[in-house]
Design a protein around this ligand. Structure first.
Ligand code: IYR
Length: 225
């Protein structure tokens, strides 16, 4: 016979009530202005960043909602130069194959304005690489159980991580070398942890450049019914 289900344990909500509309507008505007300055950065300085800031940003990412509250994420922080070098070499090898045959012509045409190619020097220059893993299953009482909505959960957590790092004055890049299995091997992660995204973190160089991209307008992204 299966065990009885646990009962919900409900506690009072801790919540910051902001009922003043002027204050609400100021806050939502401030956050928009701030996040609208976030850009994917490829030109990094090697200037050091206190680990404490990375830790707090990861704690912030860990506040994300997740399916059945399973928190299906692991953030591996790499600061070791040798490990970064291994990651760069493996990523560039995969990326070379991608740019020279695996990606479709349509895809390459889309990427052309971004100026990306198989060379990834930022993987060695940025002071930290955060590799986010998605935990796709766990072991409970000797049995394997899937996590639920793990793609969505980890995606939300990564969004919060990028926002927290940007808010702390740090630049990031959502890098997805493909295939990413090599990260599991180099970083010695178990099979149930699947690489999700690799995020270099640091300060941009003084003369960092980014593509001249435009964001969609509100009318283009929102529909009211
Ligand atoms: N992973 C490759 C290719 C790439 C793919 C997309 I979609 C981008 O928005 C940018 C790059 C790379 O990192 O270069």
């Amino acid at each position: 016979m299966s065990k009885p289900f646990p009962k919900p344990n409900l506690v009072p909500l801790k919540f910051r009530h902001i009922e003043d509309e002027t204050e609400q507008k100021r806050r939502v505007e401030d956050l928009y202005e701030n996040l609208n300055l976030r850009r994917t950065v490829r030109d990094y300085s090697d200037k050091d960043v206190p680990l404490e800031i990375i830790e707090k940003a990861i704690l912030t990412a860990g506040t994300a909602p997740s399916g059945a509250h399973m928190q299906p994420w692991r953030f591996v922080v790499v600061q070791d130069a040798e490990v970064k070098k291994k990651i760069r070499e493996a990523a560039e090898k995969e990326e070379y194959e991608s740019y020279h045959g695996r990606m479709s012509e349509k895809w390459l045409r889309r990427l052309a304005p971004l100026g990306t190619d198989e060379n990834k020097p930022f993987l060695e220059i940025a002071p930290y690489l955060i590799i986010v893993f998605r935990i796709n299953s766990i072991e409970k009482d000797g049995e394997k159980e899937p996590t639920y909505y793990s793609q969505e959960s980890v995606g939300i957590a990564v969004g919060m991580l990028l926002a927290a790092l940007h808010n702390a004055g740090l630049a990031t890049l959502t890098h997805t070398p493909s295939p990413m299995r090599f990260l599991q091997e180099i970083l010695g992660r178990p099979k149930n942890e699947v690489p999700f995204v690799l995020i270099p973190v640091g300060y941009p160089t003084e003369d960092a450049k980014v593509p001249d991209l435009k964001r969609k307008s509100l009318e283009e992204i929102m529909t009211i019914i």
